[in-house]
Each structure stands twice: as C-alpha cells, then as structure tokens.
Design a protein around this ligand. Sequence first.
Ligand SMILES: CC(C)[C@H](C(=O)O)[C@@H](O)C(=O)O
Ligand code: SF4
Length: 465
Amino acid sequence: MGQTLYEKVFNAHVVREVAGETPLIYIDRQLAHEVTSPQAFSGLRAAGRKLRQPSKTVATMDHNVSTRSLAIDACGPQSETQMLTLRANCEEFGVELYGIGHINQGIVHVMGPEQGLTLPGTTIVCGDSHTATHGAFGAISFGIGTSEVEHVMATQTLKQPRFKTMKVQVNGTLDPRLSAKDVILAIAGVTGSAGGTGYAIEFCGSAIEALTMEGRMTLCNMSIEIGAKVGMIAPDQTTIDYIQGRPYAPKGEAWDEAVEYWSTLKSDDDAQFDAVVELNAEDIAPMVTWGTNPGQVIGVNDVIPTPEDFADAVEADSCAKARAYMGIEAGQKLSDLKVDVVFVGSCTNGRIEDIRAVAEVAKGKKVADGVEAIVVPGSGLVKKQAEEEGLDKILTDAGFEWRLPGCSMCLAMNDDKLGEGQRCASTSNRNFEGRQGRGGRTHLVSPSMAAAAAIAGHFADVREI
Ligand SMILES: CC(C)[C@H](C(=O)O)[C@@H](O)C(=O)O
Ligand code: SF4
C-alpha cells in the first residue's frame, strides 16, 4: 500500500520505534520565542546541559514587542523581563536570536519561512500552537509544550505519536477576490473547531495548488483551529521558487539534491487516508466568524444562526452564549454590525501578500469615521518590502496606522488590546472570548474583508466594494 506525505516524512525521521511505545523522532529545526522558552532554558541550566545542536534552534521576539516603539521596556516590566531573559538565554546557550530592531525580527511563523529555516520533508517544532504554518512547505511541523522544548534542546529528538491522516481536498478555482483565509474558514465551517483532532491533515486539490506560499501558510496556520496539530501541503515548483536563495536554504550541489528529494514528497496515488473532506472553491464566499470559535463562521451574506437552527442541544447552547458575548441582537445581519477596530496582522495574515490585499482595497479610500485600523507587518522584512512597494503610504493616506512587526493584537500580550465590548474585524486566527482584550469581540476575516470593513465601518462584501 502507498504512503501519505505525512507517513513518508514521519518514517524518514524515526530514531526508535518499538511496539507499545511512542515513537522517538529526530527534529530538524526548533524555533523559539520569548513566551515558551524561559523554563526550557532554566531546565537545561539546572541539569547542567547544553543544547545538543545549537545551530538547529533559532529564536525571535514577537509576542511581547511593542508595535509603536523599539524600546524593550515599551510594554511594561513583564514584557521587558520576558525579552531580556530570551536575550540572555540565547547568548548563554549560543542560539541565534532576532531581537527588537533586527531586520529579521518578526512573528516566529513568518520569520522561519522567510529565512529558509522551513524546508520540505523536515520536522519542525516550536513552543507555539500555530507551528503547523510551516507544513505549507511539506514539513511535519507542530506546536509543543515547554518541557518538550527542553527535550528537543537537549537531545534534538522528541517522542511523538503517529496521527491518523485526513485529506482535505478543495477542488475548482477560487474567486480572485477571495483568499486562503476564506478557504480555511470555510473548511472550519464544515469540520467544526474540533473536526481535525487526532489527525495530520494534508490539504490538496486544484484550489490549493493554485495558492502562493503565503496563501498556503495561511491555510496550514489554522489547522490547529480545526483541532489538527499538523497540516501539510506537498511541495511543488511554487515551494521551490519561494525557498531558492533564502539565507538558510541549501546551496550549490546540496540544493540540487534537496530539490530531487523534495520531488518525491507527495502522497502515493494508492495512499489511504483515515478521513476525507471535500469542498468546491466555487461554493466559498468571503467568510466572517460570528461566534467565539473559528467553526462559528458564515459567508458574509448568510444569516447569522440562532439557537433554533441547531438540533444538538450543546451546539444550540454554544450559539446562544456566543451571540450574547458577541452582542448580536435578534434580526441583525453581519452588515449591521459596526466595527470599532480593524486589525491586520498575525502569523495567519501578516505577510506581504496580505498587506498588498489590504492596500488594493484601501487605495484612494478612507477608513470610516470612528474606526481604528492598524496594520502590523509580520516581520521586519515584510515591513521593509511593503515600504519599498509604497504600501505603507497607501495605507496611511487611507487612515490606517502602520506599525512595527510583532504578534500585536492577535493575542494582546503587548499593549495593543480591544476595550470591553469593542468589535474587531481581525485577520488573526482565534476569536475566543477575551483573546484580543477582556470583553473584546473578534470576527475573523481575510485581509481584503478587513479592509472592506474598515472603509464601510461595518462588515461588507469585498466583491461589492
Ligand atoms: C503564547 C503562545 C504559547 C500561544 C500559542 O501557543 O499559540 C500564542 O502564540 C497564541 O497564538 O495563543
Ligand atoms: S501572531 Fe498570534 S497566533 Fe501567531 S504566534 Fe503570535 S500570538 Fe500566536
């Protein structure tokens, strides 16, 4: 029987596998940030250990950085301590770090691929739940806990179970005004926020193959929002073109060998998946979440569900609770919901293509009165490129704020936060209660839908703007 892409990459990394035990696999790359690394470094220090292969770990500052100032204390003493600790740990243990002000600094899942640290057929871990982003390159990449971070630092290996496999196939051609974000939100609408639990997902089909690497990263990034720790896409020419020439990419003969190997990284025709989900791209509309998990999502012109729409009592209850938290009143449509804040950024949608999409909609228009709209590039390199393309000028002329790179309002671990009851059109990946600030109301959308909401002052169909 043939093998899936996931099985091929997993099998190539097994160090030890015996019946009745969780397999031990080799980890090619670890990425680190200030939030989940301190205890791991402390653990190493306490045990008198070093990193087994220091060059395999690369760190950046992202969650706690200010998007207004390069000062390390700009977001208060707690954030400052987190970042100073990371800096001291990286110096002590010989780990490469992109700190505040470094051109490569940025959100860990934006920085990795940009630097060529993310390569097809590799295993990549990070103490961060959105690590599946890197699966867009055909890597097995997943989030781990802090004690596992320490284990990888000490041994460059990890115990990891084999997941079941799920194929998510998106056929047809996506409307050019839609994006990968609409696709993954539409998938979440089908599977629910837990439908992928226990699976490694492979995304495939003509609509996926047509995506750029940025789009593929957006898609894989949100695998965890449907419950799956791993989301992958088979590498192809788009992948190879993206990687070539990046700082950590293989060079010369090693490049040719790598490309040859990468071309074998696809599921065999007779590979068996444990579950299959199929969608047609033509059926996907611009998507907006109305509730408090990413599965509570509808097309922009659909009717927001009421508890009566659900036969299942648990779902009906969760609908009622979500409507109450989100402040949605009877009879309201998405277009009736006024937004207070628009946030463009995060490891889901903080890449150059996302910023271009916002600028395209915003060009020559104005952000509606009373709306605070901020654009936060995912990294220093994204910021630089956007500025070279004049996108910052288009955005600031339209009334958007142009900020410094970081996680920002995706999680509000810095000082970018929603106020109580504020409604936000956000390009991030989680709409959980209080995620963007206590009492804040998050609606997940694509970058162009965020721009449309900023200009209209309420949710609007980007196809009609
Ligand atoms: C802070 C970090 C551990 C967390 C995660 O694991 O995802 C954060 O990045 C998030 O998006 O909630
Ligand atoms: S941008 Fe958001 S989702 Fe991504 S790593 Fe930062 S906090 Fe987590």
